[in-house]
Design a protein around this ligand. Structure first.
Ligand code: ADP
Ligand code: MG
Length: 692
């Protein structure tokens, strides 16, 4: 804020600028218009085209407040060629005075045939005092905020464009790209581009500006993508420069576990583990994303990585986003690992949200002393009181459910004597190529692109709510055959209390419908022990039908469950539906997912249901989801630590992204100073980590 603080800008304005993300002269000139108004031409009133925004100039020849059909201010404006009406439905007393007969005005608005004749409703109206020349550039309209309208921003920005930061116009508008690169990539100069976009000449093509395909826009979008690539590369490099414990593959515990398993790893699982295993042997922290569709078997791969850490006498931590899932991991890994760890006197520590104080203290002491070589839990794992003795590996399941900050906090746990731990993140939400090239460019990725053998695909059915009876008949039949089913209650975003009420009612209703079935209920308000008891009973087959809220969304693994009913599926997002559906189809029996919906559907909901109905491949679903929602929403607010793109569009500007990727490498290698300037312009303070 240095430069803006020294220029004559008041504190209140500075606060408003901050609200718009403007912190200095650089971010001010990158605050670009989202549209333009053409005030460079005047149309004769007799000749105004209909349904287009145009400008006319004339004298007010009549002005009155009318009361029929409602209170409104109506003026007649005459310019020698004709007369038009301007009409204000909301107006101040001061306007009545200002728009008095004889006043010369310039109007910008849409001319339409109206009740009185050709009219403009609520035009932009400027009173002319003398001979005011027409502007010679299109008028930029900026994203604005209360108390800081577009017009005020325009004045601030044109001042900075003229004088630059602290009078240093060259510095503020400097070219960050070396001439040779700029020419090779056929990019327009930065200064010209910025000036053009803030003050386009009257003959600028409205279409190219609107579509953001004008060379000036191309340059800005390229620069934005380049800044993102640079920052990702720098992160990556910094990680490579950090040090982490070397965890060599002794194949001692890992091989023993593979022998105990009732199945063989798929080729894809073997390959993924080989990549992880190799990373762990390196002296700098791994930062790898293990990506595989729901049910592809990521847990076992993570468990092998955990064992490689334990083999080397380094601790591992496994973190999951929900208590149900963390607990399931705890149970599963306990079963898998007990025969291996117990003979050696090694324990697994459990760290959940609602543990008894005493129990928790013992666990914390175990972790701090290094007696527990594996800690499993929820976000409770990265709270301040948790200290590890020698953390070698952090595994984060369903990483997209955690915030960037939570993830980083766990990494900090390893800082100190034993440097940074390795990090393995897992997610079933696939990352489309454009996103993996941008937001995830600092991660290495392993993909499990193959399902364990013998899985029958899930059949999806869409059923309107009115046909509920057919659905219950189907559930009864399946359970009679010894299958198990989930019944997922509707998501009620506005109120958790209402969601709970619905779940209780659904449970009660279904208990009445199916007196012969054992029906369980699980929701977010249950205590940890209650949740865990229900899930365990379901896993053991003691419950036929599990009524659940979306708490079961991620990770839950009960292979015998082969039917799922989702109520009000139209309210859920695609990722959520795909995750939920992934709870079934885990055994050999053919599985069915029934999506119930309540018509009428909004166009967006209809599109979502169509996508989930037609696709089972999580990658394809994610791609279409990204298209439907755009990257900001797709990544979710939780990932908000990531720099979002304002101008470039990953799908539409794929080519620019490709170029930016190549140039980022070249710039960092051959022109580090230019890279630094570029990052500084786009990220400001956030780029300070880039010390030459
Ligand atoms: P996700 O990738 O969704 O986390 P899980 O790790 O929960 O999937 O695995 C899903 C199910 O598949 C589990 O019951 C797991 O034990 C089983 N599984 C994993 N790998 C294999 C394999 N190679 N062959 C057979 N079953 C497997
Ligand atoms: Mg999982």
């Amino acid at each position: 804020m240095q430069s803006l603080a020294t220029s004559p800008i008041s504190g209140t304005i500075r606060d408003k600028l901050l609200k718009l993300g403007i912190t200095d002269a650089s971010s001010l000139i990158l605050h670009l218009p989202f549209r333009y108004e053409d005030e460079t031409h005047l149309y004769p009133i007799s000749d105004v085209p209909a349904d287009r925004t145009v400008q006319v100039e004339g004298t007010i020849i009549r002005s009155e407040v009318m009361y029929r059909p409602r209170r409104q201010l109506v003026c007649q404006v005459e310019d020698g060629t004709g007369v038009l009406f301007m009409r204000f439905l909301n107006f101040y007393g001061s306007q009545i005075k200002a728009y008095s007969v004889g006043t010369r005005v310039r109007l910008l608005g849409e001319a339409r045939p109206g009740f009185f004749g050709v009219e403009m409703v609520h035009p932009k109206c400027r009173i002319l005092r003398g001979n005011e020349p027409l502007p010679d550039a299109l008028t930029p309209i900026y994203p604005s905020t209360a108390g800081l309208p577009s017009e005020a921003l325009r004045k601030l920005i044109s001042r900075v464009l003229q004088t630059g930061e602290g009078g240093n116009q060259e510095g503020t508008l400097c070219e960050t790209l070396p001439e040779s690169i700029r020419k090779r990539c056929q990019l327009q100069g930065f200064k010209d581009s910025v000036l053009f976009l803030h003050q386009p000449p009257p003959n600028a093509s409205p279409a190219l500006l609107r579509e953001r395909t004008h060379p000036a826009w191309q340059r800005i979008k390229f620069d934005e993508l380049l800044a993102q690539q640079l920052s990702m590369r720098v992160h990556y490099q910094q990680r490579r420069n950090g040090s982490a414990p070397v965890l060599i593959a002794k194949n001692d515990l890992t091989r023993a576990l593979l022998k105990l398993l009732p199945f063989d790893l798929t080729q894809a699982q073997k390959k993924a583990f080989a990549e992880i295993s190799r990373d762990l042997t390196e002296p700098h922290p791994m930062q790898r994303l293990l990506q595989g569709d729901v049910g592809s078997g990521k847990t076992i791969v993570a468990t092998l990585a955990v064992l490689q850490s334990i083999e080397n006498n380094f601790q591992a931590a496994l973190m999951a986003p929900t208590e149900i899932l963390a607990e399931q991991h705890y149970r599963k890994l306990s079963t898998w690992l007990a025969p291996l760890l117990e003979p050696r006197g090694l324990r697994i520590a459990w760290l959940g949200g609602n543990q008894k104080k005493k129990e928790r203290e013992t666990t914390l002491a175990d972790i701090a002393a290094g007696n527990a070589l594996l800690a499993i839990g929820t976000h409770a794992l990265f709270q301040n009181q948790v200290e590890f003795d020698r953390l070698g590996l952090v595994v984060i399941d369903e990483q997209h459910r955690f915030g960037v900050h939570q993830r980083l906090a766990l990494r900090e746990k390893g800082a100190g004597a034993y440097a940074m731990p390795h990090q393995l993140m897992m997610s079933a939400t696939p990352i489309p190529r454009t996103l993996s090239m941008s937001y995830y460019a600092d991660l290495d990725v392993s993909v499990i692109d193959e399902m364990p053998p013998g899985r029958a695909p899930v059949v999806t059915k869409l059923v309107a709510d009115a046909r509920r009876d057919e659905v219950t008949a189907r559930v009864r039949e399946a359970c009679r055959e010894g299958k198990q089913a989930y019944w997922v209650c509707p998501l009620i975003q506005e109120s958790e209390a209402l969601q709970l009420k619905t779940a209780l009612e659904t449970h009660q209703g279904l208990t009445g419908t199916f007196p012969e079935l054992r029906i369980g209920l699980v929701h977010g308000r249950l205590s940890f022990q209650e949740k865990s008891d229900v899930m365990e009973a379901f896993a053991r087959g003691e419950i036929h039908l599990l009524v659940a809220t979306t708490v079961i969304e991620v990770g839950v693994d009960v292979p015998n469950a082969s039917l799922m009913v989702i109520e009000h599926a139209e309210r859920m997002g695609l990722a959520q539906l795909h995750q939920l559906r992934g709870r079934i189809g885990r055994g050999a029996a053919g599985s069915v997912c029934i999506l119930m919906y309540q018509p009428p559907l909004s166009p967006n909901a209809r599109e979502r249901l169509k996508i989930i109905f037609e696709n089972t491949d999580g990658f394809e679903i994610a791609r279409q989801d990204l298209q439907l929602r755009g990257p900001g929403e797709f990544l979710g607010a939780r990932q908000s630590g990531l720099p979002m793109l304002r101008f470039a569009d990953l799908e539409r500007d794929k080519d620019l992204l490709d170029t930016a990727r190549t140039i980022a490498v070249e710039l960092l290698r051959d022109y580090p100073e230019a890279a630094k300037r570029h990052l500084h312009r786009w990220l400001g303070r956030k780029s300070e980590y880039l010390r030459a």
